[in-house]
Design a protein around this ligand. Structure first.
Ligand SMILES: *[C@@H]1O[C@H](CO)[C@@H](O)[C@H](O)[C@H]1NC(C)=O
Ligand SMILES: *[C@@H]1O[C@H](CO)[C@@H](O)[C@H](O)[C@H]1NC(C)=O
Length: 253
């Protein structure tokens, strides 16, 4: 056990004798208490109260909590910085949300839709991003979803972009691909140039049909959170074919 955790436990045990729920951290602060000015009173309501603005038939009731759901994950498996394949509960706040003028978008500029790449030849993926402060990523093994989204001094979300390639039955497939199966994955960890990010697929891919997608993320790998519900996409996908040049006579994607 880490020394500061040991002292928290010790203090919590001492406090429980006096029936106090307060946990004082090793540095003497009350940092596990929710500050009064951080409480979001909208969470007191389901959003389906008769006088609620924007109410529409078919809407679900929101969960409610008087304290920002601060204990939502209590007695559950905590994400706690890990990628847990059986699922978990993450209690970290969503964090800082950019202004509408700084919302992120991305476009894959290579390969382009319908492109026919040559089998087993190295190619590059290019992603033109907008309003992403790229090049910031935390350790995904121990810091996954472990801190809120943050913005830089100019209000741009700090983060990075992943690219993933999945194989498809055809360019016009109607089958949603299985997210557990992909043929290429890369976190683009550099800041890029003018928002243009690049990943190399070394050795290329075998013949087939593929989809390449972006997954733009904040620093701790969470999908980026935006200020307006109705907006353009933060991500892009492009479908392309990989062909065997020698047999390409009758081949059409
Ligand atoms: C911690 O919270 C208690 C109860 O609200 C308060 O009396 C005490 O002054 C606080 N201590 C610090 C260091 O903020
Ligand atoms: C590409 O590489 C794969 C795996 O090595 C091989 O099976 C396939 O025949 C190659 N395709 C072409 C067109 O060279």
């Amino acid at each position: 056990m880490l020394p500061h955790l040991r002292s928290v436990v010790g203090l919590a045990l001492a406090a429980s004798a006096s029936a106090s729920a307060l946990t004082v951290l090793a540095d003497g602060s009350n940092s596990t208490c929710l500050a009064q000015d951080a409480i979001q009173t909208a969470s007191l309501f389901t959003g389906q109260e008769a006088d609620a603005a924007g109410i529409q038939p078919g809407q679900a009731k929101s969960l409610t909590d008087a304290a920002n759901f601060i204990n939502f994950c209590s007695e559950q498996t905590l994400t706690n910085g890990r990628q847990l394949p059986d699922g978990s509960c993450n209690g970290i706040p969503m964090g800082k949300i950019p202004a509408a003028k700084n919302m992120i978008s991305a476009l894959i500029t290579k390969p382009l839709p319908g492109d026919r790449l040559v089998a087993n030849v190295t190619f590059e993926i290019l992603v033109q991003t907008r309003n992403l402060h790229a090049g910031i990523q935390t350790n995904p093994a121990v810091s996954y979803y472990n801190a809120p989204q943050d913005v830089d001094e100019d209000g741009y979300v700090l983060g990075h972009c992943h690219v993933v390639i999945e194989e498809l039955d055809s360019l016009r497939t109607l089958i949603a691909p299985d997210p557990l199966k992909f043929v290429f994955f890369r976190g683009i960890n550099d800041a890029g140039v003018g928002g243009l990010l690049r990943a190399e697929v070394t050795g290329g891919l075998p013949t087939g049909f593929y989809r390449v997608c972006t997954m733009v993320a904040a620093s701790n790998h969470q999908p980026v959170v935006m200020p307006l519900a109705q907006r353009g996409g933060q991500n892009d996908c492009a479908r392309f074919a990989v062909v065997d040049l020698a047999e390409d006579g009758g081949y059409r994607p």
